[in-house]
Design a protein around this ligand. Structure first.
Ligand SMILES: [Zn+2]
Length: 447
C-alpha cells in the first residue's frame, strides 16, 4: 500500500519533527477570539497568518468583504461586528499547470458561557481524554480550546504542510492557493462566498479543509434562513375581540408550515448512492438527502393582558442539491399565501437572512478517490464517502468555482465540535498535516 516517494518521505519526516512548533502555533491561533457571532478579530488573525505565509514564500493578500456582503450575510440580524477579513496566499508554480485551492475557516463556533471544564482560549495539553479517543492517537495527547478541531487545527496543518515543502526547498509545478476564510459558521457569505463570487480565488481542484478524519465529505444540503413577521392590533387582553392577535396569526402560519414540511418536503429527496448519511438518520428511515424545515425561534407579545401586535420567528429551510434559492423562497411564500387566502386579516412579511445551496460530488470522482488513497497511506484506514444534511462552505468551491472537491479535516466524535470542551488529538493533527502535504505533492507535482 505504501508508495511514498523519497521527496514525500522527507516532507513527512519534517512534519513529524516539527509537531511541537506546529502545536505552539495552533495555541497562538486559539488565543485569538474569533467566535461568531460577532466574529471580531478576523483582521488580527489574518495578520498573523499573512506573516507566516510571507515567510513561506507566498504571495499574500488580505481581502475585506465590502458592506454589500455584510448585508447579504444578515449581519444586523445575526449581530456581526468588525471587518470581514480573509487571507489568500499563493505558493506560485508555473502557468498552465493545475491549480489547487485549500480552504480552511478562521472563525469558530460561539463559546457557551457554562459547561467548559477547560479554558476555551487556553490551548492546554493533556495526555488523556475523558470524551473518547481519536483513531490516530499514538500517545501524543490532546489539545483543548475553541477551534482546535474546527477549524484552527486544519489551518495550522495546511500551513505546516507547506512549510515542510518550502523549507526543504521543494518547488511545485502548479499553483497552490491557501485561504483562511471567515464566517463559515454562519454561512460564509462574506468569507469564501465573497472570494469565489468576486473571482479572487480560481482553481481546478479544491479541498474544503474542514470536517473530521472519519469520512470524506462529498454531499451537503443547502439552506435558507427566513425571518417571518405577523402584524396585528394591540388591545386590552380582556377585550381581545377588539384587537388582532399577531401570535394567533403566526400560529396559523406555523400549522401550515408544519403540514408543508412533513407532508411535502419530507418526500422531496435526492438519492446519493455510494455516500453514507450516518446511522442516526438511517434509524429514522432517511437514507437520501431530504428537504426539511425548522421553526427555530418565535417571539412576540408583552404580557397576558395585552393583545400582541407583533410576532416574529426564524425559519430554516433545508434545501436538497438542485433546489435554488428563488424556487425555495417562492414556494415558502406560497404556503403563507395559502393561509392568507383563508384569513383576509393576515398581515405578514417574509425576509431572507441568508442562503447557500447544496451540492453532490460523485463517489467515482478521481480526486476524491485519490484523497481516499492518501488517507489510507497515512492512517491505514479506509474512510467512507459521506454526506450531511447540514451545510458547508464547500458549496462555493463546487457551485461557484466549478472545482472537483471534497471535505475532510481534524476531529471525530471525541472532539466535541461546537460543544463545550472542544479538543483535538495531536497525532491526528499530524496525520492531517501529512495528508494535506501529500495532496499538494501529488496533485501539483514536484517541479
Ligand atoms: Zn468548520
Amino acid at each position: 500500500m505504501i508508495k511514498v516517494s523519497e521527496v514525500e518521505e522527507r516532507v513527512l519526516g519534517y512534519i513529524e519533527e516539527h509537531k511541537d512548533e506546529m502545536i505552539r502555533f495552533l495555541r497562538d491561533l486559539v488565543r485569538i477570539d474569533t467566535q461568531v457571532p460577532p466574529g471580531l478579530n478576523y483582521d488580527l488573525i489574518c495578520d498573523v497568518l499573512a506573516d507566516k505565509f510571507v515567510g513561506l514564500g507566498c504571495e499574500v493578500c488580505i481581502h475585506d468583504a465590502p458592506e454589500k456582503y455584510m448585508e447579504l450575510s444578515g449581519a444586523g440580524f445575526i449581530g456581526l461586528e468588525g471587518p470581514r477579513s480573509n487571507v489568500v496566499a499563493r505558493y506560485p508554480g508555473k502557468p498552465g499547470k493545475p491549480v489547487l485551492h485549500i480552504s480552511a475557516h478562521i472563525d469558530t463556533a460561539a463559546i457557551q458561557e457554562e459547561g467548559w471544564t477547560m479554558d476555551p482560549f487556553g490551548g492546554e495539553i493533556t495526555s488523556d481524554n475523558p470524551y473518547g479517543r481519536s483513531a490516530s492517537d499514538r500517545g501524543g495527547g490532546y489539545i483543548w480550546g475553541r477551534g482546535v478541531a474546527d477549524d484552527k487545527g486544519e489551518l495550522v496543518s495546511m500551513i505546516y504542510a507547506l512549510q515542510a515543502i518550502h523549507e526543504l526547498g521543494i518547488k511545485l509545478e502548479g499553483d497552490l492557493i491557501l485561504t483562511g476564510n471567515c464566517d463559515e459558521e454562519i454561512g460564509g457569505v462574506a468569507g469564501l462566498g465573497y472570494l469565489m463570487r468576486e473571482g479572487l480565488v480560481k482553481a481546478d481542484y479544491g479541498v474544503q479543509w474542514d470536517g473530521g478524519l472519519t469520512g470524506i465529505g462529498l454531499a451537503a444540503q443547502g439552506r435558507t434562513r427566513f425571518l417571518v413577521r405577523t402584524r396585528g392590533m394591540s388591545y386590552h387582553g380582556q377585550l381581545p375581540i377588539l384587537g388582532v392577535n399577531a401570535i394567533e396569526k403566526m400560529s396559523k402560519i406555523n400549522v401550515a408550515l408544519n403540514d408543508y414540511w412533513r407532508g411535502v418536503l419530507l418526500k422531496r429527496q435526492k438519492a446519493v448512492p455510494g455516500i453514507e448519511l450516518g446511522s442516526a438518520l438511517r434509524e429514522k428511515g432517511i437514507d437520501k438527502l431530504t428537504a426539511m424545515l425548522n421553526i427555530g425561534t418565535i417571539k412576540g407579545g408583552v404580557q397576558g393582558a395585552t393583545v400582541p401586535d407583533l410576532c416574529e420567528e426564524e425559519v430554516l429551510r433545508g434545501m436538497i442539491p438542485g433546489e435554488t434559492f428563488e424556487e425555495v423562497r417562492e414556494e415558502f411564500v406560497s404556503v403563507i399565501e395559502g393561509v392568507k387566502a383563508e384569513d383576509a386579516d393576515l398581515e405578514y412579511e417574509v425576509e431572507v437572512i441568508n442562503s447557500r445551496e447544496g451540492y453532490v460530488v460523485s463517489p467515482k470522482d478521481p480526486w476524491a478517490l485519490e484523497a481516499r488513497g492518501i488517507v489510507e497511506e497515512v492512517t491505514g484506514r479506509t474512510l467512507p464517502f459521506t454526506g450531511t444534511l447540514a451545510s458547508t462552505d464547500m458549496n462555493y468551491q463546487v457551485n461557484e468555482g466549478g472545482m472537483s472537491c471534497f471535505n475532510l479535516g481534524v476531529g471525530g466524535p471525541y472532539s466535541n465540535g461546537h460543544r463545550q470542551d472542544e479538543n483535538a488529538s495531536i497525532d491526528e493533527i499530524v496525520d492531517c498535516t501529512k495528508i494535506v502535504a501529500l495532496l499538494y505533492l501529488r496533485k501539483l507535482k514536484v517541479a
